[in-house]
Design a protein around this ligand. Structure first.
Ligand code: AMP
Length: 283
């Protein structure tokens, strides 16, 4: 695996590869890699000549400094995992490399509703930070295919919008891979590493609530389902940001099942200071 730390050298090398007709797949991550990330790498390996992974814990997308400081870092293990699946390139830039003019949010992407709903509401500024870093990474890597996880459903929608805003819709194909889960349903996440044994036992309640909503989506009142999800989580020690049933195309809440309308249930909740998110498509 080739390791690049400088944006210019990566861009130069990838440009050469593309000029030689090689297709590039890109998997942006924040590291602390797990099997969920690896499924994205594998998907890219199947469909591209060169797979690039990036690891960068992006300061501008953290609205909570404790979350940023405590974000797990396991770079040696990450490199082993990436080498294990023959990832071709790892981009591992420093903060100064990605933010040469300092860590400031000075761009403004027109994200519409997506920025104020759900994650946007509870993590102000988060998606502007995501757009800033993904914009920079896309300019450096210039991939043909981009691989994202459904676990961060709203982020997938945001990046889709970003690609449109920066005029790369025709160039970049976005691939969304299903959420990889632990044996008990808990969505794999780098933040799971921070859970205590006790919290780890509680954590699958999020997936249980989502599954319950899915099972009852066609035969129960949706407000009632939301309330039941909320109560189940609170009873298990969660502090809930949201339990929502939404239109999968707009993320606006829905309270009545409409035929042909794609729906999704989404949850964000804290176990002590660890915030977990997950979602499930309902139809
Ligand atoms: P992160 O390192 O958390 O920023 O995630 C990097 C990419 O991996 C994002 O596109 C995530 O949606 C994706 N991802 C994270 N967890 C999972 C999972 N459990 N299954 C599949 N993809 C995931």
């Amino acid at each position: 695996m080739r390791l690049f730390k400088k944006r210019e050298s990566l861009h130069f090398w990838l440009d050469l590869q593309q000029k030689n007709g090689r297709k590039i797949g890109f998997v942006p991550t924040m590291g602390a890699l797990h099997e969920g990330h690896i499924t994205l790498i594998k998907a890219s390996k199947k469909e591209n000549d060169i797979t690039v992974a990036s690891i960068f814990v992006n300061p501008t997308q953290f609205n909570d400094s404790v979350d940023f400081d405590k974000y797990p870092k396991t770079i040696e293990n990450d490199i082993l995992l990436l080498e294990g699946v023959a990832c071709d390139v790892l981009f591992l830039p420093s903060v100064a490399e990605m933010y040469p003019n300092g860590v400031v949010q000075n761009e403004n992407y027109e994200l519409g509703n997506l920025e104020t709903l759900l994650e946007g509401k509870y993590r102000p500024g988060h998606y502007q930070g995501v757009c800033m870093i993904v914009h920079r990474l896309l300019e450096i890597v210039s991939p043909d295919n981009l691989y994202l996880g459904q676990k961060d459903y709203q982020q997938c929608m945001i990046i889709n919008k970003l690609v449109e805003l920066i005029g790369l819709k025709e160039k970049i194909n976005i691939n969304i891979e299903p959420t990889l889960r632990e044996y008990d349903g808990l969505a794999m996440s780098s933040r799971n590493m921070r859970l205590t044994e006790e919290e780890r036992k509680m954590a699958p309640e999020i997936f249980k609530s989502l599954s319950y909503i899915k099972e009852n989506f066609n035969n129960k009142d949706l407000s009632q389902l939301v309330n039941e999800g909320l109560s189940a989580l609170e009873a298990n020690g969660f502090k809930v940001d949201y339990v929502e049933i939404a239109d999968a195309g707009t993320l606006l809440p829905i309270r009545k099942t409409e035929k042909d309308e794609k729906a999704i249930a989404l949850i964000a909740a804290f176990l002590n200071d660890i915030r977990l998110i997950d979602n499930i498509l309902l139809n």
